[in-house]
Design a protein around this ligand. Structure first.
Ligand SMILES: Cc1ncc(COP(=O)(O)O)c(C=O)c1O
Length: 410
């Protein structure tokens, strides 16, 4: 790798592209492929490929153990898990949640005929701000749905007190947060129930998949009934089951989890080391009281301090063949349909300044098990050059754009 030192070293300004091949983020990481294929072969030999087979049962037991709870119900996706839990909790009318989340969070509530109500987040954690939650609560509120965003954890104690005081349910979308913990308590046991995602891009993957985890046996039984056509329950249901091949992948991926966390943590350290001292760049990362799976590396860019905005930095990285992205949850839910077009603003009755600020300023840097340490150094070289020389780069880009325009119109 040649270090990028001056603005014209950047590919967007005519320099050589940093990566010969596109550097993707959150591609599936390494796992024991032989072990996976053996498990799938065993399932094929058993001729038991779905309907709560032994692999799904084993996966559920492992997930419950990791979450520190008594029950896990594996589902076909986290979205399905959210849809089942919303129904199992018999919620009514309004559910408060952040807008800074993936669309699956409000969609699951909306599909059940309920009204998602977005509330602003804490500017430091990006998770629900309990004070703002209290402000948007109405007699119609039946639940608070927190999201442990990018592996940061919500203010679990404050939200629990608020939910208890107001007599509403509290549950969590923990799609990003398997293996995370608050003061040693694993994510999975907060609120009435939590939901994990095992999508292919997540640190634990079952190709597609999710789970509801809870200590409430009755609730787990209701979710179990709901996700298998209503069998054994009274509410009817849907087909949201996890298949045996998915559970085979989930189990194999869980075995790779400690190495994945180690790798991700090294990547986080390396980013911090390489980008230390850059003005205008702040890492979104947890305090020592929170354990994290470190699967996302999120930085916030302050244009007023470094001269470059988030979108410009994304363009600069893209020109280098580096696929950095706005983080999951950006654009935010109140900025996309169907919620943006909600004229009565039932979904966003209040302003969401911190939500919009974080959404406009953050980048998800290449991370995950498929990213090598040298690739992190390459990304950092580009960022150091771009952000460290922000004003110079900004002026050069403006000049570049003006001369391009002149050439086109000549
Ligand atoms: C916060 C959040 N919730 C829910 C989901 C949906 O997960 P799944 O793809 O497993 O349905 C995602 C997916 O990325 C997510 O980021």
């Amino acid at each position: 790798m040649t270090d990028k030192r001056v603005a014209t070293d950047l590919a967007i300004l005519g320099g050589t592209t940093a990566c010969a091949e596109t550097l993707h983020t959150h591609r599936p990481g390494d796992f024991d492929r032989e072990r996976l294929l053996t498990r799938i072969n065993e399932a094929l030999d058993r001729r038991w490929l779905s309907n709560g087979g032994p692999l799904v049962q084993e996966f559920e037991a492992r997930v419950a153990e990791m979450a520190g709870v008594n029950h896990a119900v594996a589902t076909s996706s986290a979205t399905m898990a959210l849809e089942c839990i919303v129904r199992a909790l018999d919620l009514t009318q309004e559910v408060i949640m952040p807008s800074l989340t993936f669309a699956a969070t409000p969609n699951a509530v909306r599909w059940a005929g309920l009204q998602p109500v977005f509330c602003d987040v804490d500017p430091v954690t990006g998770c629900l701000d309990p004070q703002r939650v209290a402000e948007v609560m109405t007699p119609r509120t039946s639940a608070i749905l927190g999201v442990h965003l990018w592996g940061r954890t919500c203010a679990v104690d404050e939200l629990a007190s608020l939910a208890e005081e107001r007599g509403v349910r509290l549950f969590y979308d923990a799609a990003h947060a398997i293996g995370c913990a608050v003061d040693g308590v694993p994510v999975g046991g907060f609120g009435t129930a939590e939901v994990f995602s095992f999508h292919a891009t997540k640190i634990v993957s079952s190709f597609e998949g999710g789970a509801v985890v809870t200590d409430d046996a009755e609730l787990a039984a209701r979710v179990r009934a709901l996700h298998q056509f209503g069998k054994g329950g009274t509410q009817g249901g849907i087909n949201g089951k996890m298949s045996e091949p998915s559970a085979a992948m989930g189990l194999t991926s869980l075995e790779a989890f400690p190495v994945a966390v180690w790798h991700n943590t090294q990547i986080q350290h390396l980013y911090r080391e390489e980008l230390a001292g850059l003005t205008g760049l702040t890492f979104f990362s947890p305090p020592p009281s929170e354990a994290t799976n470190a699967q996302y590396v999120i930085v916030e860019i302050d244009e007023s301090e470094c001269g470059l905005g988030r979108n410009t930095l994304l363009d600069i990285l893209e020109a280098e063949n580096i696929r950095a992205l706005p983080p999951i949850g950006v654009p935010t839910c109140h900025q996309i349909e169907p919620f943006a077009g909600d004229r009565a603003r039932e979904s966003h009755p209040v302003a969401l300044p911190y939500t919009e600020r974080i959404a406009a300023r953050t980048i998800s840097l290449p991370a995950g098990s498929s990213i090598q340490f040298d690739e992190v150094r390459t990304v950092c070289s580009v960022i150091r050059c771009a952000v460290g020389r922000g004003l110079e780069v900004r002026r050069a880009l403006d000049l570049h754009a003006t001369s391009k325009l002149a050439t086109t119109s000549a």
